[in-house]
Design a protein around this ligand. Sequence first.
Ligand code: NAD
Length: 354
Amino acid sequence: MILYKNDIVKFTELVSSHTKTFLLLDENTEKYCLNVLKSVDFQNVIKIVIPSGEQNKNIGTVQHIWSQLVDNHADRKSLLINIGGGMVTDIGGFAASCYQRGIDFINIPTTLLGMIDASIGGKTGIDFQGLKNQIGLFSQPLAVVILFEFLETLPKRELLSGLAEIIKYGFIVDKSFLEAKLLSYPSYPPYPSYPLYPQFIEKSIAVKDEITRNDTTEHGRRKILNFGHTIGHAIETYLIDNHEEIRHGEAVALGMVPALFLSEKYFNLDPNWTLYYKDLYAKNFNRFNLNDIPVDELIEIMRHDKKNEGGDIRFVLIEDIGKPVYDVVVKPEDIVESINYLVDYQSDENYWGK
Ligand SMILES: NC(=O)c1ccc[n+]([C@@H]2O[C@H](COP(=O)([O-])OP(=O)(O)OC[C@H]3O[C@@H](n4cnc5c(N)ncnc54)[C@H](O)[C@@H]3O)[C@@H](O)[C@H]2O)c1
């Protein structure tokens, strides 16, 4: 159930039907986001604060959450409210779903990526042994509460990360999402709570909700949401393991370049779309120096991806805009070629004017 600001009464009713309420926050959402909820009268609330960042989406942090639940006598009628970006909603959903075989949780996403993607659809989990989301389960939140005010403190880089997932919807669902772009954005907070035209955020939420409600455990159409993720996830995993900064959406933005290249090769996608996206990327997203990235290691990471079976590496590709094809087995030599294409693009001065 997606709730907006006008549904706040419904939200308070949901909360009050539980014996005890726990709020899961990271240090930034504790600092910036709690005050947005000050009008909500939480009773018997206990805060659990975890360190922010993907490097903390791990079993150690889950243990900390479970310890806090045990120490504060959480029972099966307790509620965990996850207030944060995808890191907090992924780990909080996982911790709640395992605690005493599952307690209710509500997601209150505070990043753009969280609002339009991570908090919706019931994928919960943590990273393990250097592999993203390796441990986890499908478990639906009782509700997802969308409050755009949170975006007023969100740094531009986090916003761009969300923008990448919105643009992804342009390739797999509806061309109009390709027109999403940040409105004029100041360097310092407060940022605008509608950094994009509102329709892009609300339509994105509706798309993610519709696709995941009709395929809760990703056996079919839901797989299209992984467009750009096969190589994107591998790059994200590799860079984080090597202590380099990359946001989830930035990795997806990169991963869409080889996905389009492969779509040309496997499905004769009009090459103009790849050129169009390379321009769009250069105008919006950060450039990464990928010259030293070890392609064989990326392929090894991809082999561990949950979406693959029997050693094959599977991609979501597109035949045309809005016409995705999932479970496409791509030959390793083609994957290498597509990564080299991405690396060359990121070092092509014609695009970056430097
Ligand atoms: N479950 C899913 O379906 C799904 C889908 C996509 C991504 N994800 C996961 O989501 C995670 C990425 O999520 P994310 O991009 O939201 O990152 P994040 O949760 O790490 O948040 C990014 C940063 O912004 C800070 N922050 C959050 N809200 C803020 C606010 N309102 N103001 C100021 N700072 C704020 C956080 O503390 C953090 O430092 C990854 O772990 C990814 O795997 C999950």
